[in-house]
Design a protein around this ligand. Structure first.
Ligand SMILES: [Zn+2]
Length: 134
């Protein structure tokens, strides 16, 4: 098990290259402006970091990953981990969303971000609060 998403005194440590907050905010304002933007952090991870993060995150009590249920609803089946290019997590302890993108993914940064942001958008109220999970 890697240490990517392990808890460090209640805080989450995520590896990878931060995607500019400017890009993230720009996309939110372009597509999702009807709701206040919550705290969102986006990162490009190497495939190794990406899969390790997902594995760790799914076992961390501080994180609520996309449930299998919502994945089934969206895609009709469970997407194998190696086929996933992006993922979004809600970090309860920090009231923050983290979007990760696999750096060798063929889908562009903006397309992955907008896709994952749609999931955030559908999970929050007009004030940007998560209404799906506490
Ligand atoms: Zn999705």
């Amino acid at each position: 098990m890697g240490q990517t998403a392990k808890d460090h005194g209640g805080r989450l440590k995520v590896e990878g290259n931060l995607i500019s907050a400017h890009i993230v905010r720009g996309l939110w304002e372009k597509y999702f402006a009807e709701k206040s933007m919550p705290k969102v952090e986006a990162r490009n991870l190497t495939p190794k970091q990406f899969f390790r993060f997902i594995r760790d995150a799914e076992s961390s009590k501080h994180i609520a990953p996309n449930s299998r249920e919502s994945m089934l609803k969206e895609h009709g089946h469970i997407i194998p981990m190696e086929k996933r290019g992006g993922f979004v997590f809600y970090v309860k302890s920090e009231d923050k969303w983290i979007i990760i993108r696999r750096s060798n993914c063929t889908v562009s940064v903006t397309d992955v971000l907008s896709h994952e942001m749609r999931h955030i958008f559908e999970s929050i109220d007009a004030q940007g609060r998560n209404i799906r999970r506490q």
